[in-house]
Design a protein around this ligand. Structure first.
Ligand code: PMP
Length: 388
């Protein structure tokens, strides 16, 4: 047993000031600070201490395909998927990334055909996650470029890369690939395929599946994501991308993520110690999201000017019952005449959201985060319910 003397916890800075009744409420990012309440209650069961002499090497597993992947993280990722039942892990490589944002670039690099000078089109059905067009085009790559709405490629013979986001950011829809051409490839973005957001209906088994720690446990600031990849050559090329861009992924983040994912699994698989209550992250987050959605639907029903997508419900293999979906974003539409730019209208009411045009659709709809603090959500609802 090592002694480390006086250990004090560090205080991380917060990007946003606390929300008051008069302040601007910023809900344009899916900043998952809602989870802080759960992890504060957990105390130290998911905390780690990293002595200054640890995590110094670039490498974690020199014999493995992904040589900077911490074996402990790989173990916990596989364990969590087996617990939740949302993805098949046997026969898949785990590749770690600095958020799934980095992995998205890595997959595009790995699966785009060897360039003959013409970049392959990256498409997704509108409304699509607003970061896809930017990520696919900002480097002006010779390998790939943003190609727009996947629906315009359906049935076409042209090959492309389709990003399938399910449940979809921004509208929460359950999605399957729409592009039919055989030479096309799909990337499944499963950022929200967790039981607090949607019923788990199958263990997904696609060639490339992306997951993010940010939306699973709420630790967006740890900047950690992982890909489950079937093909060994694709896994190797993705690893190469990570080596070329950042020579691997922060080991400190990986160790922290491993500990936290392990704590989530322990909460379900182990009995609590005497005097402690069971720690069930997915139950906490689902209950919280469901309560928020009920209140939001009531406020929208009472208003004359807004609508939301219909509520979806299905049998969930994780909760072992039929549950409603509680998307991480509200896709809020305005039906009032004369409001063509809902983002600006809400901003005048001190609510910052992201407008439909960034998702490839019209401006009468916006995306609103449902995973912010209670204070922000409450002030948002108060303001929404008085708008006429
Ligand atoms: N995909 C989707 C659909 C997302 O909503 C997000 C986060 N907003 C990401 C990927 C990126 O997540 P990360 O924090 O892991 O980079």
């Amino acid at each position: 047993r090592q002694r480390y003397g006086e250990i004090t916890t560090v205080e991380a800075s917060r990007g946003k000031p606390p929300v008051t009744q008069d302040s601007v409420v910023i809900l344009d990012h899916g900043d998952p600070v809602m989870y802080e309440e759960f992890w504060r209650r957990e105390g130290d069961s998911a905390s780690i201490l990293i002595p200054a002499w640890q995590t110094m090497s670039y490498f974690s597993n020199l014999g493995g395909i992904c040589c900077f992947l911490e074996p402990g993280l790989e173990r916990e990722v596989r364990r969590l998927h087996r617990l939740v039942g949302n993805a098949v892990v046997d026969g898949y490589h785990v590749i770690v990334g600095t958020g799934s944002t980095q992995l998205f670039q890595a997959v595009l690099y790995a699966i785009s055909p060897a360039s003959d000078g013409t970049p392959i089109d990256v498409v997704s059905p509108a409304p699509y996650y607003s970061c896809y067009p930017v990520a696919a085009s900002f480097l002006n790559s010779g390998l790939y470029r943003w190609g727009g709405d996947a629906n315009t490629f359906a049935g076409d013979d042209t090959s492309c890369v389709e990003v399938v986001c399910s449940p979809n950011n921004p509208d929460g829809g359950i999605r399957h690939a729409v592009v039919k051409s055989k030479s096309s490839k799909a990337i499944y973005d499963f950022a929200y395929y967790w039981p607090q957001y949607t019923p788990i209906t199958e263990a997904a088994a696609h060639d490339v599946m992306l997951f993010t720690f940010s939306k699973c446990s709420g630790h967006a600031g740890t900047r950690l994501g992982w890909a489950l990849v079937k093909d060994t050559e694709v896994a190797k090329k993705m690893t190469k991308f990570m080596e070329l861009t950042t020579i691997g992924v922060s080991k400190d983040s990986q160790l922290r993520a491993a500990k936290i994912l392990g704590a989530i699994c322990n909460g379900y698989e182990q009995l609590p110690s005497a005097g402690q209550t069971r720690s069930h992250l997915f139950h906490f987050a689902r209950d919280k999201m469901a309560a928020r959605w009920t209140r939001l639907r009531a406020a929208v029903a009472a208003s004359d000017i807004f609508t939301l997508p219909d509520e979806l419900s299905e049998y969930c293999g994780f909760f072992k019952k039929t549950i409603t979906a509680n998307p991480a974003f509200a896709w809020l539409r305005c039906k009032k005449d004369g409001i063509e730019d809902l983002e600006s209208f809400l901003r005048e009411n001190k609510i910052v959201t992201r407008g439909g045009t960034k998702f490839g659709v019209d401006g009468r709809v916006v995306r609103v985060s449902m995973v912010d603090t209670d204070q922000a959500f409450n002030v948002f609802l108060d303001r929404l319910s008085t708008m006429k």
